[in-house]
Design a protein around this ligand. Structure first.
Ligand code: NDP
Length: 502
């Protein structure tokens, strides 16, 4: 196979205190064409990470003292500039990540949108609340930034997910060091370089490279006070262990295995079917809160399954840059092998595997990590495809007779990120939703956009720790502080002027 290189050099360098630093690089391949190198990213070493963290640490005091409204003004200015880059960087993102162009526009456009949204929350950080005030004491309660925040990003929606971490952190007065994914560092690197230029030196720093070296060094660094990690549950465990050294505050946004429950009270309409198809195959199945298993009441099962297969059969798989494609390739070799392995083992275990959709270009299909949409029926409810996160374009559809059993099956995995309940009876659906152990439950919808940026988002169980989005994110990147201003200490307990009773 011949390898071609992009004539324009797309680079994701180490960025420390506003300066790009030459570092040995690794290629970034186009998942739609194995032989095409889209650009290169630096392989940050432990020493690069140390420099980046020290630059962020040095910038912290001044950035924190600017106050939320001045920081919001600077973030809005950066958002204006980033908005103008969306169209061009979306093409770059499709070439490194694989997703179809409109999905890349949403991803890259998230930078400006999320910065603007958080800039609008500056008032939430204004001043302190007076908890108590009397003749003896005034008690102020406020929120303070934590310091250097390490933000570790996955490859599936690199820009959007990075900004969900850094925008609240920056508004709250923290400085950041970002570790992008090796598989999609280029568009994010350009967005972050633009943001860094608009903010005081050292407020935004970037350390592209491997998780094993750059990510691990960031998680363990003693000057990092907060880690915001988005990625798989397995890596989340390592991050939590690594952060234990100096007891960092950690937010973990991890994997999901979202169930969709189509109740007896649902009507199988074109809209319901179309929404579920979108919820399964968006970003080629590589969204943390995509639908990953569908449970359908037996009275609706055959009708639903037939119509679902017909709708999935309309998907056109091809290069994300081609406007005729409705689904791009998987992002990388490991993901491709994982999903195809799951499908093969499920078939070998006796399940019925339906391969659907259409290849845009059959001749070049094998040149990328392309996979047609799949549906699996007649499988064991405890099959690997049901209990594990597939993160790809394949979904199991299982019947149920008793709604309580469906809720039990929904709750029977170690994940708890999202879920959906489908019913014409909204009050009943709400009751069922409240019994599902997941951070978000959607009624009659389940796809990107159903969780908006102001809705608290995160997981139960192995799907994470903490909540992002909106006010919850501001709380997650600040420490509450109590200031007690005592004017009269007579009557306080304790042994006297020499010491404290504790
Ligand atoms: P990974 O966990 O493999 O990687 C995420 C990031 O962590 C990458 O930047 C990776 O670096 C880095 N990393 C790897 N090892 C370490 C380590 N020891 N210490 C610190 N950092 C490390 O996830 P993927 O990138 O494969 O993303 C897919 C997963 O993310 C899925 O499970 C998905 O569900 C989940 N996800 C969760 C979301 C949520 O909001 N809950 C949103 C989106 C995705 P490297 O560059 O080497 O890969």
């Amino acid at each position: 196979m011949t390898t071609t290189r992009d004539t324009r050099a797309h680079l994701a360098p180490v960025l420390v205190a506003g300066r790009a630093r030459p570092a040995p690089g690794a290629p970034v391949h186009n998942p739609a064409r194995h032989g095409e190198i889209v650009g290169e990213h630096a392989l940050a070493t432990e020493s690069d990470v140390d420099d980046a963290v020290r630059a962020a640490h040095a910038a912290f005091g001044r950035w924190a003292r600017l106050g939320p409204h001045e920081r919001a003004r600077l973030l809005r200015g950066a958002a204006d500039e980033l908005g103008g880059l969306t169209a061009e960087l979306a093409m770059l993102l499709t070439r490194e990540q694989g997703k179809v162009l409109w999905e890349s526009r949403v991803d890259v456009g998230g930078a400006a949108y999320i910065l603007g949204y958080y800039a609008g929350l500056a008032g939430e950080l204004d001043g302190d609340r007076i908890l108590r005030e009397d003749e003896r004491v005034t008690v102020h309660v406020g929120r303070r930034p934590m310091g250097v925040t390490g933000v570790i990003v996955p490859w599936n929606s690199p820009v959007y997910l990075c900004f969900l971490g850094i925008a609240p952190a920056l508004l709250a007065g923290n400085t950041v060091v970002v570790k992008p994914s090796e598989f999609a560092p280029l568009a994010l690197g350009e967005v972050l370089a633009t943001l860094a230029r608009r903010l005081p030196e050292g407020v935004v720093n970037v350390v592209p490279g491997t998780g094993a070296e750059a990510g691990d060094a960031l998680v363990r660094h003693p000057l990092v006070r907060k880690v915001f990690f988005t990625g798989s549950t397995g890596t989340g465990r390592q991050v939590l262990a690594g952060a234990a050294g100096n007891l960092k505050n950690v937010s973990l946004e991890l994997g999901g295995n979202d169930p969709a429950l189509v109740l007896e009270s649902a009507r199988v309409t074109d809209t319901l079917v179309r929404e579920l198809v979108r919820g399964v195959y968006g970003n080629t199945g590589q969204v943390c809160f995509n639908v990953k298993r569908i449970y359908v009441h037996r009275s609706r099962y055959d009708d639903f399954t037939d119509r679902y297969r017909a709708a999935a059969d309309e998907i056109v798989v091809g290069d994300g840059l081609d406007p005729r494609s409705t689904m791009g390739p998987l992002n990388n070799r490991d993901q491709f092998d994982k999903v195809t392995g799951l499908i093969d083992r499920t078939r070998a275990a006796g399940a019925t595997v339906h391969e659907l959709g259409r290849k845009l270009d059959a001749g070049s299909f094998g040149d990328g990590y392309f996979l047609l949409p799949h549906v699996v029926t007649d499988l064991d409810p405890n099959a690997e495809l049901v209990t594990d996160e597939q993160f790809g374009p394949v979904v199991p559809i299982l019947p149920f007779d008793d709604e309580d059993d469906a809720v039990d099956m929904a709750n029977a995995t170690e994940f708890g990120l999202g879920a959906s309940v489908w019913s014409e009876d909204r009050d009943h659906a709400l009751d069922v939703a409240r019994r599902i152990q997941s951070g978000s439950v959607f009624l009659n919808v389940h796809r990107v956009g159903a969780s908006a940026v102001d809705m608290p988002f995160g997981g139960f169980k192995g799907s994470g720790i903490g909540r992002g989005h909106g006010i919850a994110a501001l709380e997650a990147c600040t420490e509450p502080q109590t200031i007690a201003d005592w004017r009269d200490v007579s009557g306080l307990p304790g042994p006297g002027p020499a010491g404290d009773a504790r």
